[in-house]
Structures are given as structure tokens and as C-alpha cells.
Design a protein around this ligand. Structure first.
Ligand code: ACO
Length: 378
């Protein structure tokens, strides 16, 4: 066996062969199944894109209608899951609530048949359908309200915004939200996808796969960054403070949230699309200073850190869009999870096609042949 060099964070080490998505970090290119993200953002929907990611090709009209129909009719969650969620502390983070609820699905759908395509499809439909309902339910329940039942007249994204706010969303807001989901649906071998694949490789159920990925996505270096971006913009407070804030971060060697990426060394193409969506939203629903602060900060970071390959990533503008849609800050990462379920499931399915359990190695740095010291002698 070839012994590989140790690379912290597995940087540059392939852990799988995959045909799901492709990133060129130098040119700022992202493709899902060979289709550029800009094309999908302009012409596709989140559910069509999910189908593409999971089954490898764009669906026909009939296939898409059948897929949308199945998802629309699987959105409700069992009352026992709702009851369980009501017991969650209202101060808990929605990502923790989501992780627990996703795992709980495994209790209700425990029959596992990983070699049966019908089982795979059912699990895909169930997870895509129910995860948004769970996110919206926790938002209601922590205020002491009952969850809002899904509205069968509304499509995927409009229904989520409806369950969140108890009113039908503006069509532009719903379309922009749907594009945000498309942009976040998949991104090659990131931390949460890797986590999903490690879990999948043990041949456990897909609910455990998604629950482990949700736990990984929650961290501030991954999905949690979009939340931190808003906190940072609040802290900056005004356009005038941007440059001194940045200087201070650079002096303290602290990270500027929403910037930098392991793979992209230019601006993340999703950040460009999101910036454009943010502009459309601000145009329609009115401007606020956060957008101006963000644009100024991006300019300043580019001047200061651009030569190190540090540019805006997907999380920089997504928070601004969600904030303008009236979504509470701590739901930004759960929304990322709603979208990324598509990518996780695509990798789950791909992993099952040629599975080998993940069992890497380590470099032992400890000592050997140490005598056991009785407790009274320590
Ligand atoms: N602000 C300031 N400096 C940065 C930033 C940043 N946001 N990101 C990287 N750097 C600097 C580091 O300080 C380091 O500098 P040095 O070589 O002088 O010590 C260099 O760039 C390399 O940074 P690493 O942290 O080693 O890069 P890595 O590839 O491990 O990390 C990561 C990538 C985690 C995304 C990092 O850029 C970061 O923490 N960014 C802020 C958090 C964030 O926005 N995360 C969302 C990522 S996108 C996603 O998960 C969906």
C-alpha cells in the first residue's frame, strides 16, 4: 500500500470518485452534472436540480411532475415527531433541533432496503419533503405556537416561506429563495458531504446519514458562517467603519466571515449570483445599510487580501438575502441544510453504488510500553 503524506484537513486528498459536481477554484466555475450553476440558477428550480443531482440527468416533464407531486404529498410530519419537537428547549439552536428531528425519522421509517430502488426513491422524497417542514415547525414551536401545516397549493419554496411566516410569499421572494436553494444544493467534497459519506459507508439508514451531515454543517467554519456574517455586519454598523474593522481583524489575525475558501481562490460564482439576487430584493423591497456595508467590505477585503486568494464565498451574500426575506438569523444554516440535503442524498446514492467502508489511518504520536500506575501512586 502506498503511504501518503499527512495533510491536515485532508487538503488535496481525493476521498471518492464522483460525477455529481465539479469546481474549478481558479476560474470560479461550479457545475452540477456538467451544467454551469449560472444556467441552473437562471432556468431550473430547486426540485428539478435535486432530481438532476440525485439521478444524474434532468427529468422529463412527466418525471419532474411525478417527483414534485410525491414531494408535495409527503410534506407533513407525524404528530409524534411534532410532539417530540415541542419538548425541545426554545432556546436551543434550530440546527440541533433539525439534527435530532432528522435522526428521529429513522425511528419511524426503520425498514432498511438499500439495494431496492423504490426504498432509495422513497427516502429521497421523504427527506426532501419533510426537512423544510421540520425547520419551519421548530420556528413556530419555540414561540409556543402550533406548526403551520404545509399548503398543497404552493410549490416547494413558496410553501416553506408560507410555513415560516403564515402567509403566502411574494412571488419574486419565493423565486429568489428557490434560487438560493439551488445554489446551496451541492458543492463537491465539503465537510458535511464527507461526513454524510462516512456515515453512508457503514450502510446505515439515510436518516442517520442526513443527521450526521446536519451536525457537521452546523459549525461556523462551514454552514454556520452565513449567520456570523450578519453578526459581523451588525458589529461594523456603518460604511465608515468598514476599513477600520477590517484592519483590526487583520491585526488580530481573525477571520472575516463569508470570505475565503479551501477551493475557490477567486470570487465564489454563487456569491456573484447571490449578490445579484440581493440587489433585486433591495430594489423591490427597499434598501438598508447592511447591503452598502457588505459591498464596501467586499471591496476592502479584495484590496487587502485578494492577493492571498481570499474573496467572498457563498455565505457572504446569502445572509443578506435571507435577512431581507424576513428570515431569523439562526434559521440561515437550517436553510442551507434544506438545500444541501439534495447533495448529501446524491452522494449517499453514489456511495451505495460502489461502497467500501471508510477506514483511514492515522500517524501515532503517542508513547509505548507504559506501565499502568495504580491510582494511589499517581
Ligand atoms: N479572513 C481572513 N483571513 C483568512 C480568511 C478569512 N475569512 N480565510 C482564510 N484566511 C487566511 C488565513 O488566515 C490563512 O492565512 P495565513 O496563511 O497567513 O495564516 C490563509 O488565509 C489560509 O486560511 P486557512 O484557514 O488555512 O484556509 P482553509 O482552506 O483551511 O479554510 C475556510 C477555509 C475555513 C473557509 C476559511 O477561509 C474561513 O475560516 N473562512 C471564514 C468562514 C467562512 O466564511 N466559512 C464558509 C466557507 S463556505 C462554506 O462552508 C459553505
Amino acid at each position: 500500500m502506498t503511504v501518503c503524506e499527512y495533510r491536515p484537513g485532508l487538503e488535496g486528498i481525493p476521498v471518492a470518485q464522483s460525477s455529481i459536481s465539479y469546481v474549478d477554484g481558479q476560474k470560479g466555475i461550479l457545475e452540477y452534472r456538467g451544467i454551469r450553476i449560472e444556467e441552473l440558477a437562471s432556468h431550473s428550480t430547486f426540485l428539478e436540480t435535486s432530481y438532476l443531482l440525485i439521478w444524474g440527468e434532468l427529468p422529463t416533464k412527466e418525471e419532474l411532475e411525478a417527483f414534485e407531486y410525491e414531494i408535495r404529498h409527503r410534506r407533513r410530519i407525524k404528530y409524534r415527531i411534532r410532539d417530540m419537537m415541542k419538548c425541545f428547549p426554545e432556546t436551543g439552536h434550530p440546527m440541533d433541533a433539525l439534527q435530532a428531528s432528522a435522526a428521529a425519522l429513522g425511528l419511524f421509517y426503520s425498514k432498511r432496503a438499500l439495494d431496492n430502488p423504490d426504498y432509495i426513491r422513497e427516502a429521497v422524497v421523504r427527506l426532501l419533503a419533510k426537512i423544510p417542514t421540520m425547520v419551519a415547525a421548530f420556528k413556530q414551536m419555540r414561540k409556543g405556537n402550533d406548526s403551520v401545516q404545509p399548503n398543497d397549493d404552493l410549490d416547494y419554496s413558496a410553501n416553506f416561506l408560507y410555513m415560516l411566516n403564515e402567509r403566502k410569499p411574494d412571488p419574486l421572494a419565493a423565486r429568489i429563495f428557490d434560487i438560493c436553494l439551488t445554489l446551496h444544493a451541492e458543492h463537491t467534497m465539503n465537510a458535511s458531504t464527507f461526513s454524510a459519506m462516512v456515515t453512508a459507508s457503514t450502510l446505515t439508514d439515510p436518516y442517520a446519514v442526513v443527521a450526521s451531515a446536519v451536525g457537521t454543517l452546523a459549525g461556523p467554519l462551514h454552514g454556520g458562517a452565513n449567520e456570523e456574517v450578519i453578526t459581523m455586519l451588525e458589529e461594523i454598523g456603518s460604511v465608515e467603519n468598514v476599513r477600520s474593522y477590517l484592519e483590526d481583524c487583520v491585526q488580530r489575525k481573525s477571520k472575516i466571515m463569508g470570505f475565503g475558501h479551501r477551493v475557490y481562490k477567486v470570487k465564489d460564482p454563487r456569491a456573484t449570483i447571490l449578490q445579484n439576487l440581493a440587489e433585486q430584493l433591495f430594489e423591490k423591497f427597499g434598501h438598508d445599510e447592511y447591503y452598502e456595508i457588505a459591498v464596501e467590505l467586499e471591496k476592502a477585503v479584495e484590496e487587502k487580501l485578494g492577493q492571498k486568494g481570499i474573496y467572498a464565498n457563498v455565505d457572504f451574500y446569502s445572509g443578506l438575502v435571507y435577512r431581507k426575506l424576513g428570515i431569523p438569523t439562526d434559521l440561515f444554516t437550517p436553510i442551507f441544510a434544506i438545500a444541501r440535503v439534495a447533495g448529501w442524498l446524491a452522494h449517499w446514492k453514489e456511495q451505495l453504488e460502489e461502497n467500501r467502508i471508510f477506514r483511514p489511518t492515522q500517524i501515532y504520536t503517542g508513547v509505548h510500553s507504559v506501565d499502568y500506575l495504580p491510582i494511589e501512586k499517581r
